[in-house]
Design a protein around this ligand. Structure first.
Ligand SMILES: NC(=O)c1ccc[n+]([C@@H]2O[C@H](COP(=O)([O-])OP(=O)(O)OC[C@H]3O[C@@H](n4cnc5c(N)ncnc54)[C@H](O)[C@@H]3O)[C@@H](O)[C@H]2O)c1
Length: 350
């Protein structure tokens, strides 16, 4: 069996960690008897600086035939962040209906959480962020620029279909885990869309009597993440709230350098895109010290999506072993290994 994967290393450390992801996935492919065929696309802020576009006009058509997209990170000083986001990531996420942004948050053995007295048994959650609509819409505009009457309007979009599908996905994942779903809301302050979100959550919960639920306003929910991370199993949130929680989660789990993520079209009608939570880290780019674990774990999520669950488990187990032993870990985890040495150590265990 051959999986055809589009690879977009992007900018900064994206170019350094992505080859380590490929290295480990190739080792997994050899061991579990499948092939991975990569096609690399050099779409990045560097490309933007040369051509004025993050990807060619027919970029989406070029990606369409692939089973998945494996992305490093995009963003670089000098190119405004909204260019890399709206010129590449958001068109891919939206046009390919990658309506789930999935971010597992787990404190691995051997990693110290910044939260006092918390161990791996306390931090193990799955953040499910709505990825296609909500607060991140391009509907709106500005009027009377440069005058005292200047105004900006930004529309949020919440559809029944959009809420239901992300919530259903969250409940389905919870059925495979500890059967608990928490909803992030703000229905006290945002009086149209968030009560609607709550209604849809209650309606979905009614179909899953085996699953316990909780819901919190986003403000107190962020406090609970810090004070009671053990309360959470699956957490579902709108595009904005999910975005915030899915950076807070990895922060309490020790290092952004290990946090994986996926933009998923569950029906597999379109390619899904797998990218670590971290960005291009210009502060450490080019030094060969970036932690490749997030990219490699992201690769394990991709293997799961491609229907290779045994290979996915083997990759995660290899990561756990290397991180727990602490021999071949990068600086952010207190070690001295280079990006490549960390990747090679994980690949060798597979
Ligand atoms: N999906 C994406 O491509 C994505 C996501 C977030 C940020 N960005 C972009 O990346 C650029 C930098 O953003 P930022 O600095 O806010 O976030 P960042 O994640 O790039 O870096 C934040 C901090 O974490 C450290 N870090 C990140 N990944 C690491 C790794 N693998 N190993 C060790 N340390 C790591 C960095 O050195 C930095 O100190 C911006 O242009 C931003 O738009 C892109």
């Amino acid at each position: 069996m051959k999986h055809r994967i589009a690879v977009i290393p992007g900018d900064g450390i994206g170019k350094e960690v992505l080859p380590e992801g490929q290295r480990v996935l190739e080792a997994a492919a050899r061991r579990f008897g499948f092939e991975v065929e990569w096609k690399v696309f050099d779409w990045s802020c560097e490309t933007y600086a040369k051509t004025g576009r993050m990807m060619p006009e027919d970029g989406l058509e070029q990606l369409r035939p692939f089973e998945s997209i494996f992305l490093g990170a995009v963003g670089f000083p000098g190119v405004p962040d909204h260019v890399s986001l709206w010129g590449l990531l958001i068109p891919i996420r939206r046009n390919f209906r990658q309506y789930i942004n999935l971010r597992p948050v787990r404190l691995l053995k051997g990693v110290r959480s910044p939260l006092a007295n918390r161990g791996p048994q306390d931090i193990d959650m799955l953040i499910v962020r709505e990825n296609n609509e909500g607060e991140y819409s391009s509907i709106g505009g500005r009027l009377y620029a440069g005058t005292d009457d200047e105004l900006a309007m930004q529309q949020a979009v919440f559809t029944r279909k959009g809420c239901d599908r992300v919530m259903r996905y969250a409940f389905e994942r919870a059925m495979e885990r500890r059967r608990h779903v928490t909803s992030a809301t703000k229905s006290n302050g945002i009086i149209h869309s968030m009560p609607f979100w709550d209604e849809r959550f209650a309606a979905m919960a009614a179909g899953y009597p085996q699953v316990k639920t909780a819901q919190y306003h986003i403000d107190i929910l962020t406090a609970h993440f810090v004070q009671h991370p053990d309360w959470f199993d699956v957490v579902v949130g709108s595009n904005l709230f999910g975005d915030i929680l899915s950076d807070l989660g990895p922060a309490i789990a020790g290092s952004i350098g290990i946090a994986p993520g996926g933009n998923i079209n569950p029906e597999k009608e379109y390619p899904s895109m797998f990218e670590p939570v971290h960005g291009s880290a210009p502060d450490i780019a080019g030094k060969g010290i970036a932690n490749p674990v997030a990219q490699i774990w992201t690769g394990a999520m991709m293997l799961e999506h491609l229907g290779q669950p045994a290979a996915a488990r083997a990759v995660v187990a290899a990561i756990e072993k290397v991180v727990e032993e602490g021999r071949a870990v990068t600086r952010d985890l207190g070690g001295k290994a280079t990006t490549r040495e960390a990747g090679e150590a994980i690949a060798a265990l597979i």
